[in-house]
Design a protein. Structure first.
Length: 343
């Protein structure tokens, strides 16, 4: 039983990342009708926003401490960050420690700006082009973005630690009546699941309970009628593209301590997230979230040693097998609108 609960937790962790990326993909497809293969690159850029802020916060200067010596007996040099110098060791140290959560504030305006530039500068020219053209141009853009990141940050993954309070593991089993030590799970992965739940709930609340969101939903259902009412739906859709980019970016920021950022991490998640979108139903936001968590849990169970022993390699293909089965029996996906992907 403890192994099953642990795999569910692992699945929720993976599913959170899948769901957040798929949510942004679905927002873009549902509003603009664009298949955006550069969305995984936005997730990657978000992770590198955390890396960038960490490096900026750790900028400092060196001073000589006459009371300390190095191994040669010379006075030792001590590095002091500008943050600690300006704000004091206690507050400055706290800011350094909480660099990843603070990177959310750093990443949001950057990701919104990147989203606006992408949509206005490139993607708007492909609204009425075939999906194959959209895939080719956005996939090319993704490759360009990842090569830029590789040039400035290198090819190796960069460790980005979580705040000290959330390092280590939590005895989850004791909360549900198991013996101590039976279900140990990393603190930050639980934080990431909670963060994903808040972001997903926030996006749905924004679309459902705000006037802006209701107009966007109306435009997703019938764009021409909304335009006839005198509403500039194109401007609102551009804002939604920026919002989708921000969702992908903050998802990448918070995932940085789990999976050290590397230039190819966007591609690693992109293909799986597109499978999630198709399984959930193209254009269906609830379907994207549901499929993200379901496929994350399935992938986690398929990674168990007992399962791999019986079906070697099943963990590598389980998501695609499920996608094939669902699309053969229900081409529009679990919660897709009738007629979408069925013609």
């Amino acid at each position: 039983m403890d192994a099953i609960i642990l795999q569910i937790l692992n699945g929720l962790d993976k599913g959170s990342a899948y769901a957040l990326i798929a949510l942004g993909l679905t927002l873009i497809f549902g509003t603009l009708g664009v298949v955006n293969f550069a969305h995984g690159a936005l997730f990657m850029i978000g992770a590198f926003c955390a890396v960038t802020l960490s490096r900026l916060l750790n900028l400092g200067f060196e001073t000589i401490d006459p009371n300390r010596t190095d191994f040669l007996g010379n006075p030792a040099t001590v590095k002091t960050t500008y943050v600690e110098h300006w704000l004091g060791p206690e507050l400055g140290g706290t800011i350094l420690d909480w660099g990843v959560p603070l990177a959310i504030l750093f990443a949001i305006p950057i990701m919104v700006l990147i989203g606006f530039v992408m949509e206005r500068g490139l993607i708007k020219h492909f609204y009425h082009r075939p999906h194959a053209d959209q895939i080719l141009v956005t996939f090319g853009l993704a490759i360009v973005l990842q090569e830029i990141v590789k040039h400035f940050y290198g090819a190796n993954p960069i460790q980005t630690p979580a705040p000290e309070a959330f390092r280590g593991s939590f005895d989850f089993g004791t909360l549900i009546g198991f013996d101590p030590g039976q279900i140990i799970y990393p603190y930050w992965r639980l934080v990431y699941f909670g963060f994903a739940a808040v972001i997903i709930a926030g996006v749905f609340a924004f679309l459902r309970f705000t006037t802006f969101g209701m107009v966007v939903r109306a435009g997703m259902a019938d764009r021409e009628t909304v335009q006839l009412l005198g509403i500039n739906i194109d401007k609102r859709f551009t804002i939604m593209f920026g919002l989708a980019a921000a969702v992908a970016g903050v998802a990448g920021v918070m995932y940085a301590p789990i999976n050290p950022p590397s230039y190819h991490m966007g591609m690693d998640f992109l293909v799986l997230s597109f499978v999630v979108v198709v399984v959930g139903g193209m254009g269906s936001l609830p379907g994207a979230v549901l499929a993200g968590f379901l496929l994350g849990i399935l992938e986690s169970f398929a990674s168990m040693g007992a399962v791999i022993e019986v079906l070697p390699g099943i963990n590598q293909i389980i998501i695609y097998l499920v996608a094939i089965i669902i699309l053969l029996t229900r081409p529009r996906g679990l919660m897709g609108r009738k007629g979408v992907m069925e013609e």
